[in-house]
Design a binder for this molecule. Sequence first.
Ligand SMILES: O=c1ccn([C@@H]2O[C@H](COP(=O)(O)O)[C@@H](O)[C@H]2O)c(=O)[nH]1
Length: 273
Amino acid sequence: MNRQELIQQIKAKQSFLCVGLDTDLQKIPSHLQGAKDPIFEFNKEIIDQTADFAVAYKPNIAFYEALGPRGWESLAKTLEYIPKDIFTIADAKRGDIGNTSGLYAKAFFETMDFDSITVAPYMGVDSVGPFLEYAGKWVILLALTSNEGSQDFQVTTLQNGKPLYQEVLEKSSQWGSPDNMMYVVGATRGEKIGAVRKIVPDHFFLVPGVGAQGGSLQEVAKYGMNKNCGLLVNSSRGIIYAGKDKDFGKAARQEAKILQAEMADLLALYSEL
Ligand SMILES: O=c1ccn([C@@H]2O[C@H](COP(=O)(O)O)[C@@H](O)[C@H]2O)c(=O)[nH]1
């Protein structure tokens, strides 16, 4: 999916919601546990109930690869089931020496047909470049993450006086463009989202951390939104585990609907969409 199509989806749905498919076998309602593929059945119901409010789905690959071959199969079926006009994110946080990154890119962009993949910047340009060689696909680079540990390295001041995350943004924004690169910026980093937006005014941000991690959607929009929205805000546990029983899909729908309504107000306030 290209940038214009993504912006169009956001405008049409008045939503910049990404639903995180962090599907944990232990948390799936008991009535699905006997199914042939409980993970897929769970995801199918979540997708059916939230597709009209979501512009992106983000399966976190750890939840699938932890189960071995059957996890990969559930992931492939889920990806196939997601409506084609909805953006897909493989949250895999990959990146390695060039030839290895090339195979990660092939795995997620060819063997599976994801629109985008999250990539770690630590190994530099030759580790990110292979993902950018795929026309129509996106790299979502970790910039300022939502976890506590983001304070260990990402905000460290370098000899040139800049925090490491700023150096990552400035350098990596030369490798790609707002048409094929996005950045992960955690919702829990409210005060810094504005600083990131100043460095990369046009790039989309994937923003995890609202819902279960307590980040504020209002703050994210206030500091991070640009005229084209420029945000995909993810909620995983807050949506998919909103209900625990047979009605889990309806509960997920309700949570997604609440977020979409807030997003529509924020789009009216801060964007041109
Ligand atoms: O900085 C980051 C980068 C990625 N994540 C991932 O996003 C979701 C968040 O899930 P919630 O249940 O909504 O907290 C999850 O897949 C993380 O691995 C992140 O949280 N922070």
